[in-house]
Design a protein around this ligand. Structure first.
Ligand SMILES: [Zn+2]
Ligand SMILES: [Zn+2]
Length: 274
């Protein structure tokens, strides 16, 4: 397996320059992971699969189309230039695409630290975006979709896309990782944000097994509520909101729901066994 990966990598670095791989290559990875992971949720909403859907409301085909068309435009006009201009910074910090490939230990440790850093920057930036002026002129674009469907994760004002891009590339920019680590980080970060906006809470959702992971239920609550009351500002984890008390409304609602479920289970009529 490691040999196959090394051979594939050798092919890439022989046929393309490091700049091409870091800019256009990262862009292709981002687009592929984003649309391939987001489209199933869009189809599920279109086909009316409701069993695990968090909200009853669905988006109209026109609203879905608007989201996809804007995303393509913003990705080409904002994300791609950002990837191009950040290359010299990465390079200065020791970024490389050369063989040998980094060990899985180094890759995992770097990606884990990027998640912590991104979540911290995102939390504070997101709280600031919920102040009156910035919400009205910038962040309200992302909140146009009160019922998220995966692809809405990156639907935002260009200024917010730049901020989100900054939070995502800050970790790699200060550590100068290997290109493989950067591609894996971009992929898992996209998968995470698409899942947080998917609009479905499945029995197999990661948040049910990892208590500090936010996930769809956590972020869906943020989209459902009025911008001054929403809370749940973190992107990935739940501890920042817990520490700073911005998840109180969400926790209260969860407690009420559990109490209601327990009450319903107690008062359900028991089946007569003949
Ligand atoms: Zn928000
Ligand atoms: Zn969101």
């Amino acid at each position: 397996m490691a040999q196959i990966l090394e051979n594939a990598w050798q092919y890439l670095i022989t046929n393309f320059s490091e700049f091409q791989l870091a800019s256009a290559g990262t862009f292709i990875i981002h687009e592929s992971v984003f649309f391939l992971s987001g489209l199933p949720y869009l189809l599920m909403e279109t086909w009316g699969l409701r069993k695990y859907k968090i909200q009853r409301k669905v988006n109209t085909p026109a609203a879905q189309e608007k989201c996809v068309m804007r995303l393509i435009m913003y990705h080409v006009c904002v994300n791609l230039p950002l990837m191009i201009v950040s290359y010299p910074v990465f390079k200065y910090m020791g970024f490389t695409s050369a063989l040998p490939l980094p060990s899985w230990k180094v890759v995992s440790l770097q990606i884990f630290s990027y998640f912590i850093l991104e979540d911290f920057i995102f939390y504070w930036g997101h709280r600031i975006l919920h102040t009156k002026w910035l919400y009205k002129h910038v962040h309200s674009v992302h909140h146009e979709y009160a019922t998220p469907f995966g692809l809405t994760s990156e639907y935002a004002h260009p200024a917010e896309i730049l901020f989100l891009g900054f939070a995502t590339i800050f970790g790699p920019a200060i550590t100068g990782p290997h290109l493989l680590t950067l591609w894996l980080w971009v992929s898992v970060r996209v998968l995470e944000t698409v899942e947080a906006h998917c609009g479905y809470d499945f029995p197999w959702s990661l948040s049910r097994f990892l208590p500090i992971y936010g996930g769809a239920d956590f972020h869906d609550y943020h989209h459902r509520l009025l911008y001054t009351k929403s809370g749940n500002y973190s992107s990935t984890f739940t501890y920042m909101d817990w520490i700073f008390g911005t998840d109180k409304g969400y926790r209260k609602l969860k407690a009420l729901k559990s109490a209601q479920e327990a009450h319903d289970a107690m008062s359900a009529p028991t089946e007569k066994v003949e």
